[in-house]
Write a protein that binds this ligand. Structure first.
Ligand code: GAR
Length: 208
């Protein structure tokens, strides 16, 4: 069974989507650890205590020290894939290099648009009619790694950042489960910033 480490900071609905897909048999994988930079993250409660790891990142003198501790904890559970599912802290280069090629992130925008935070508000401010989410391989530059797949939603008259987020989240769940299924089936790889699916380069993000 492919082993997943999942990094979380908040609510954990994307983690829950992975757990539900495993429970229903739609995803052949197991979550071997859930890791958080915030000990109060609700997401941690979605798995049993032996699977949880958290340290308060803000209590560490610098990013590198927290990252080293996190990387050791993740490594200790021997994951095949490391999934950032609402992990809101920037990962340092040492962490990323250690797991590069098997480190995925879900981001709530149609990358390369709106790297970073407040993606829904930025899409609205720009007058976009099309919004969405992306799953990408993580590289040291923030939200800049090769995109595997995206989902799209329309922006409707009267939308606010909250209504957009609410309309997007179920589509995020489906997107993350689908990409993790490809990854755990051994069908996904990344080399030199190019995604390969079934050995073929993915020149444009897959649309789900
Ligand atoms: C999701 O919308 C995810 O795309 C976003 O945080 C939310 C987490 O929700 N991630 C980022 O913004 C990463 N920069 P969840 O905790 O319910 O899965």
């Amino acid at each position: 069974q492919p082993r997943l480490a999942v990094l979380v900071s908040g609510r954990g609905s994307n983690l829950q989507a992975l757990l539900d897909a495993m429970a229903s048999g739609a995803l052949a994988a197991e979550v071997v650890g859930v890791f958080s930079d915030r000990p109060d993250a609700a997401a941690l409660q979605r798995v049993g205590a032996p699977m949880r790891w958290s340290e308060d990142a803000r209590a560490f003198p610098d990013r590198a020290e927290f990252d080293a501790r996190l990387a050791d904890a993740v490594q200790a559970c021997h994951p095949d894939w490391v999934i950032c599912a609402g992990y809101m802290r920037i990962l340092g280069e040492a962490f990323i290099e250690r797991f590069r090629g098997r480190l995925l992130n879900i981001h709530p925008s149609l990358l390369p648009k709106y790297r970073g935070l407040k993606t829904h508000a930025r899409a609205l401010a720009a007058g976009d009619s099309d919004h969405g989410a992306s799953v990408h391989f993580v590289v040291p530059e923030l939200d800049a790694g090769a995109v595997v797949a995206q989902v799209h939603i329309p922006v409707l008259a009267g939308d606010t950042p909250d209504t957009l987020a609410a309309r997007l989240i179920p589509r995020e769940h489906a997107l993350l489960v689908a990409v993790v299924a490809l990854a755990t089936a051994g069908r996904l790889a990344e080399r030199d910033d190019v995604v390969y699916c079934d050995g073929q380069p993915v020149l444009k993000a897959l649309t789900l």
